[in-house]
Design a protein around this ligand. Sequence first.
Ligand code: HEC
Length: 443
Amino acid sequence: MAAQSRFLWLLAAAALPSCQQAPQQQAAAPDASALAPLYVSTDCDTPTTPFCNSKVAPPQPLPPGWPAQTFVLSQTYPTAAPADKMPWLAFDPKTEPEQFIGAVLAYFYEGNVRPDVATSFDPKLNSVRGWYNAPWQDFGPNGREPIHGLTRERVSLPYELDPKNQKSSWNNYAVGFYNAPGGVTLGSIWADHGKPNYSSVSFPEGTVAGKLLFTTANEAEAPFLAGSPAWQAYVYQDVHNPTPKPTDPRAVTMVRLLQIDVAVKDKRAPLGWVFGTFVYGGGPPPGGKSGSGWTNVAPVGLMWGNDPPYRKQAALQETWLNPAVQMPHVGYQGRLDGPVDNPASSCMSCHSTAQMVSGDAKPPPMVPAVTGDPMWFRNIPSGQPFAPGGTSVDYSLQVWVGLNNFLKAQKLAQAPSPEARNSMVADLVRESARPPRDGGTHH
Ligand code: HEC
C-alpha cells in the first residue's frame, strides 16, 4: 500500500466512532494538519517559550466557561534543593517496608492534600514544599488533559481490578510530581528548552517522585472505590475504548483515585531506588480498608530489586507484598506491580528500560516481547543503561517520555514537506493507540 493511501486510511479511521469499522472507500479524509497542534506548537514547548501545560486535539475546547481548576505545569525548577526532612530515612526499606512507604506517602501528602479534593495536589497551593511536573508529557493523543494534567495510562482489562464485578475495560489517567531534588534534575536536563542535555542524568539522594493514578471505573464494577477522591478530567468520552483516536470526542468525566506510585532515591537500596505503590480502599475483598478520602489507601508493596534468579523456587527477596491486600494481579512471578500496571512486568523492570538511544536506533520496549525474558528482570544499578550504547536516564520514564516526545516534535518540525509531515503525524497517531507501558512504542 502506498504511503499516501495508508495515511488517508488511518485518518479516515481516526474520524470514526470507535465502535464502527472504517469503510473501504472514504471520500474525504480529514486534514492531518488539523492534528498538528498535538505535535507542533508555536506558543509553548519551543526553545524560547515555557513548556506547554496540556493539549487536546482541536476543535475540542473545554466546555465554555469551565469554571474550576485548570492545570498549570509546575516548571519553575529550582537550581538547588532547599534543606528538607526525609522522614522515610527513619526506616529500613528492606526490613520495615510498610513504615518506609508510609513515611514517603505522608511526605507526598503534606501540603498537597487539601480539604477541597479538586484543588488537592496543585503545587502552587502547597506552602510546605515545592513539587514539579516533568515537561513534554503534553504531546500526542495520550498527553496531558487540561483540568489536572492527566496523561492516558494502561487500560484496566476485565477482572484486573475486581475479580468478581469488573466486566468492562476502563481507561486510566495519571499525573506525576517530583520534589525539589528531582526538580533540580529536571531543570538541569531542560535548562535549554531547545536542547535538552541528558548525557549524565542522575537524580540526587532524597529525590521523591509521586504519581496519582485515577480510573474511569465505577463503583458497580470496582466496589472498593467507594469513597475514593474523585476529580473531573477532560478525557476520552468512551471510557471503555482501549485504543482511542485523538479525534474521538472528549467529555468532562469523573475519575477516581485508584493507585499511588512512589519512587525514592535512597543509597541504602542496592540499585539506588526504591519503588512502592498503594491501592485505594485496600483493593477488592478479602483485602479492603474501610474509610474514605486520600488516607484510605493501603500499600500493595515495595521493591528494591528485580530478583533476577527468581523462578518460583524461592520466595522473592527484593519485593515486599502487603499480605493485607489481595489484588487480582501483581507483576511477573509476584514482583511488585500496581493495580493498573502490566502483569508481565514489574515497577523496576519497566523503569530499568529508561535509556536514550542514539540516532534512529529503536529504544528498548518497556515490556518484554517474550514473557519473562530475563533481560527485563536484571538488577541494573542507577546510572547504568539497559542496553550497551544507551544513555541511562536514571529510571525516570517521565524524563524518557519527555525527551522522546521532544525529539519526535523536532523531526516533525524538520519534515521536508507538508505531505511528509502529515504522514509522520499519521504514524504517531497509529503508534499512540497503546501507551508504551502497554507494549506500545509511543506515549
Ligand atoms: C510497563 C511499564 C511500567 C510499569 C510496570 C510501571 N511503570 Fe511507572 N511509569 C511508566 C511510564 C511510561 C511512566 C512515564 C509516563 C507516565 O507518567 O505515565 C511512568 C512513571 C512513573 C513515575 C513518575 C516518575 C518517573 O519515574 O517517570 C513513578 C513514580 C512511577 N512510574 C512509579 C511506578 C511504580 C511504583 C510502579 C510499580 C508499582 C511502576 N511505576 C510500574 C511505566 C511503568
